[in-house]
Write a protein that binds this ligand. Structure first.
Ligand code: FAD
Length: 397
């Protein structure tokens, strides 16, 4: 008698419905705000996140006036303060040993662990289903009477293929969940820097509450700010060559702080540094069949001006009317409209940051700008205020 074939263990199904109006991949700011907005409009939406929350992520933790205005427009005006967010009053900009003090507009600081958890909870309270610790991969598009996109969800050994009328990809910089979608590609800027960050304990000497210390050096820059609880949030963008020559993120950070004229806080060497993928990238196209890309997944520029969260939140607001249209009937016009809307509300604004990042690579230009900031701090402050003046898309057209 032949031996019985070995039985493969079947993956248990994830206990979740298989049909959805919208699947949102990634519960960073872009994904959570989109899920929140859709749930408030009565849409059956599931928000899928691979990490277990609360989770920390590399980010300067400074919310610009644009980010705060986007939260307010979404009905979440009090969220940051309720979570212990602190007012951001001023910037200490250090370049080549010269530190300028510049007053800032109405920004706030909140750790990403708190902010992202609070937004995820807001989405859940609005009626979204939330699945954390679950990785999503985009599947096939199917036609027929009820056309949809498939999304494969994997949590440990449990697996499920779900269907949605619309899928929103808000998976951050790398979005490997799109690996099967051959026509969507990301091109990385050859000069792109790499992000790095860590948190230092509250008792360490560093910036006072409400002050952002920004150190600019030849191989990158870094921002230090105290978050709720007093810990110092450190977020940097480094040239890969500086990372290599300094033996890692702690050495690179030390080099930049010293060059800029700041004291290095103790504990950099022993801190739990996290690195990101290359930062500056463009993704194209920004939409596919029953599919829109939001937030960093739709392209990102270096974080020098601290606007990434504002862009991510604004992209979610801008996408809402198109998602509502797509639930009724999907056609190519929605994809074209998303490219236009995204350009109007996000990519166009990223242009300024891209230009500034290029200028900052020239040591003479950086020195000139820092002299200007030191000599005319109030003019610099009003230029920053103008650049950061919020403007938001209409949520119903
Ligand atoms: C060094 C640095 C400093 C910065 N400083 C600031 C600042 O001070 N102010 C500011 O406004 N912006 C700042 N930014 C930018 C800001 O952090 C990002 O723009 C913002 O987080 C983008 O949000 P997002 O929702 O698009 O992506 P993310 O916040 O990256 O969220 C994406 C989520 O998707 C999840 N995910 C990925 N793949 C999958 C998958 N397959 N299945 C399920 N889940 C998945 C990830 O785990 C993650 O939680 C900074 C960035 C860097 C690198």
């Amino acid at each position: 008698m032949p031996p019985a074939p070995e039985l493969l263990p079947l993956s248990p199904p994830l206990p979740i419905a298989s049909d959805w109006d919208v699947v949102v991949v990634g519960a960073g700011l872009a994904g959570a705000l989109a899920a929140h907005g859709l749930a408030r409009r009565g849409v059956r939406v599931v928000l899928v996140e691979q990490r277990v929350f609360p989770r920390w992520k590399v980010c300067g933790a400074c919310l610009s006036p644009q980010a705060l205005a986007a939260l307010e427009a979404a009905g979440l005006a009090g969220l940051v303060v309720a979570q212990g967010g602190l007012a951001l009053g001023s910037l200490q900009l250090g370049v080549a040993g010269l530190v300028s003090r510049i007053a800032l507009g109405p920004g706030q600081v909140l750790s990403r662990a708190r902010l992202d958890q609070a937004l995820l909870e807001a989405a859940e309270a609005a009626g979204a289903t939330v699945l954390t610790g679950t990785r999503a991969v985009l599947g096939a598009a199917t036609a027929g009477l009820a056309p949809h996109r498939q999304v494969v969800l994997q949590n440990g050994t449990a697996r499920r293929i779900v269907r949605a009328k619309v899928v929103l990809i808000a998976a951050g910089l790398t979005h490997r969940c799109l690996d099967g979608e051959a026509e969507i590609t990301s091109s990385i800027d050859p000069l792109s820097r790499v992000g790095a960050g860590c948190v230092l304990p509250a008792e360490i000497d560093g910036p006072p509450l409400g002050v952002l210390q920004m150190a600019v050096g030849r191989g990158g820059y870094g921002g230090l700010v105290r978050v709720e609880g007093g810990q110092i949030n450190l977020a940097c963008a480094f040239d890969p060559s500086l990372l290599r020559s300094s033996g890692g993120a702690a050495g690179a950070c030390q080099a930049i702080l010293t060059e800029a004229g700041f004291a290095s806080p103790p504990g950099l060497d022993g801190a739990a540094w996290q690195l990101t993928a290359a930062l500056s990238r463009r993704t194209s196209p920004l939409a596919g069949h029953r599919l829109l890309l939001l937030g960093d997944a739709a392209g990102y520029v270096e974080p020098f001006t601290g606007e990434g969260m504002g862009w991510a939140l604004t992209s979610s607001l801008a996408a809402l009317p198109l998602v509502m249209r797509g639930l009724e009937h999907w056609d190519g016009a929605i994809e074209a409209d998303w490219r236009r809307r995204h350009h109007r509300w996000v990519s166009q604004r990223q242009g300024f940051c891209r230009t500034l990042a290029l200028i900052l690579r020239n040591p003479r230009a950086t020195w000139g700008l820092s002299r200007l900031a030191a000599t005319f701090p109030s003019i610099t402050s009003s230029i920053i205020g103008r650049v950061q003046r919020p403007s938001l898309p209409c949520l119903t057209d």
